[in-house]
Every structure is written in structure tokens, then in C-alpha cells.
Ligand binder design. Sequence first.
Ligand SMILES: [Zn+2]
Ligand SMILES: [Zn+2]
Length: 101
Amino acid sequence: MLLVCSNRCGGRLFRALFAEVEVDASGEFQDYRVAQPGYVCLNCGAPALDLSEVPAAMEAEAREEEASTASTDILCPVCETMVQLDANMECPNCGAPLEVG
Ligand SMILES: [Zn+2]
Ligand SMILES: [Zn+2]
């Protein structure tokens, strides 16, 4: 875990907000509730970021981008509409045949 202030104020102290514990009337432990964001900067009150979790988040984002670029958007030469190329290789808007590239 590597916490930084999302405000970049340079604060080095953070308060943990997560792990609110629920108990029943007899005080018996019931459940954890994980609150988000997990930490706030004690210096300025901004939510803190856990830098050790950033690479995973960025990876997930990169994967999403890859997935979204896998579907091909092309400009139909006939009706000049941005269309998503489907298996039929024709414009869903006007029916003109489409070519990739
Ligand atoms: Zn701060
Ligand atoms: Zn078209």
C-alpha cells in the first residue's frame, strides 16, 4: 500500500475510513462494511489514492481500450455515417458494401 493525497498537498498522514464494523444488540460482530474512499488526507481532507492499486486499475483500463478498438468503426463512403462494421460487411444505415481500411 502506498497512499498519496489526491490533491497532491504533500500530506503524509491519512485517516482510514474503511472497515466500519457492524454489531448486533449484544455487541456481537456481524459484518464489515467497506466504505469508499478508504482513506482521506489528514492535511487537506482530500481522498487519498493507493498507488499500489493504480497499476491494476490502469491494466484494466488498457484492456477495456483494447476491447473497444477491436470493433471497427469506419466511415461509410456512400452515406458518410460512422458505422460499426458488422459481419455482413455492409453499411447498416444504407446497405452499401464496406471495405476495411
Ligand atoms: Zn492532502
Ligand atoms: Zn452507408
